[in-house]
Design a protein around this ligand. Structure first.
Ligand code: CTP
Ligand code: MG
Length: 390
């Protein structure tokens, strides 16, 4: 067995990384490489590179496939220390090609581009371990019970207390892992196995359960999306001879709200909250009262249009929370129906709509029964298939 270099720590060591992106991501079921999948505001690939930017890694070889070059090149351009090279047919081949392209390093961090939730701390721990012991392999204790199965039957139960799930980063002394890759034959799913076959003892460092490799459609669903908050507010005068409509529900009252449309003040506040969360123009801009075609239009129809617009821009409504300020009538008996009506128009569960009502304590115009106001907040989530415009 070879003993890995155990030099004293050297602050001047040059640290490089090989970040692997040359796969196809077939198991995700996406029609494109999973490293181009958008997480909130940026792709998996950019998310991963941004973590590396907060580490001691000086230069990165990004291993990509020819098929993705057009999509990846513009994303990588802002990262000055990243050079791209083509990968091979297997991960093993891609690592080999990446290592060859990364000359002049003492330590190399090998990382799957499809693990964007890695932290700078995990990368730092793996580098430190490689400097001390020759290698630092991110790993977490296995939480599931693991069995060996043959022809549908369990043939062996493994002792979970000694098992670990192996992740990346996997960090090594550059010369040692390069030599191991240059002399090895066969295909390996991780670097530590090949390093072990070369006669070294791989050392583990504490990884993180969050540091998942995006592999299956379920992983994509688990990945956090961006959430955005928005607020909206509206007020309308109460006048005689108009129906009072709140949240699309007609409320029996001696007066109704005055406006160009049906003056549904609650729906107006809700729409503005949705539009504000999506950073889109408000209803005054989208549905101006100079537009004759909108005269007397049901605000519920406008709410359906706003919902479509929000979807078009790649968002889903998470939840809506609203408050109506009205001195009268008493709204409590109608709140359930209002929530249902809003939820149906937006296409979300009633559970995700909350409306409350309050009075103005007889103060001001609202308190004198001359107006009703509503304010709303909305949480939007960015859809997984949302593409950035970059
Ligand atoms: N990888 C690579 N070159 C290959 C195969 C994989 O650089 N020929 C990279 C992937 O881009 C990924 C990492 O190795 O970041 C881990 O591999 P895996 O999760 O298997 O990714 P894919 O091969 O892309 O996915 P799939 O096997 O589902 O097609
Ligand atoms: Mg693969």
């Amino acid at each position: 067995m070879r003993s890995a270099t155990t030099d004293t720590l050297s602050r001047s060591e040059r640290i490089g990384a090989v970040v692997l992106c040359a796969g196809k991501g077939e198991r995700t079921g996406l029609e494109y490489n999973k490293v181009l999948y958008v997480l909130g505001q940026k792709t998996v690939l950019e998310t991963t590179l941004d973590v590396f930017a907060r580490t001691e890694v000086e230069r990165i070889v990004l291993v990509i496939s020819r098929d993705d070059e057009k999509a990846i090149s513009p994303l990588v351009k802002p990262y000055r220390n990243v050079k791209t090279v083509y990968g091979g047919a297997t991960r093993t081949e891609s690592v080999r090609l990446g290592l060859k392209a990364l000359s002049g390093c003492d330590i190399v961090v090998i990382h799957d581009g499809a693990r964007p939730f890695v932290t700078a701390d995990t990368i730092a721990a793996s580098i430190e371990s490689a400097q001390r012991f020759g290698s630092g392999i991110a790993a977490v204790p296995t939480v599931d019970t693991i069995k060996q199965v043959k022809d549908g039957a369990i043939v062996r139960s493994l002792d979970r207390s000694i098992l670990y799930n192996i992740q990346t980063p996997q960090t090594f002394r550059y010369a040692e892992i390069l030599e191991a890759y240059e002399t090895a034959s066969g295909v390996y799913t991780d670097d530590s196995e090949l390093y072990e076959k070369a006669g070294y003892v791989p050392h583990i460092v504490r990884g993180a359960y969050d540091n998942i490799k995006l592999t299956t459609p379920a992983d994509l669903i688990k990945a956090p999306t961006g959430v955005r908050i928005g607020v909206g507010y509206d007020l309308h005068r109460l006048v005689n001879d108009r129906p009072l409509i709140l949240g699309g529900i007609i409320i029996p009252h001696s007066k109704g709200l005055l406006g160009h449309s049906d003056a549904d003040v609650l729906v107006h506040a809700v729409m503005d909250a949705m539009l504000s969360a999506a950073n889109l123009p408000d209803i005054g801009v989208l549905f101006p009262d100079t537009d004759g075609s909108l005269e007397g239009i049901s605000s519920m129809e406008l709410l359906r249009r706003v919902t479509e617009l929000i979807k078009f821009h790649g968002y889903s409504v998470g939840n809506i929370s609203a408050v109506i300020t009205a001195q009268e009538p008493k709204l409590a008996p109608y709140i359930g129906g209002i929530c249902e009506s809003l939820a149906n128009a937006i296409g979300i569960a009633v559970y995700n709509v909350n409306v409350s009502a309050t009075t103005a304590e007889h103060l001001g115009k609202i308190g004198k029964g001359k107006a009703i106001a509503a304010s709303a907040s909305c949480l939007l989530t960015e859809n997984h298939d949302r593409q950035t415009d970059r």
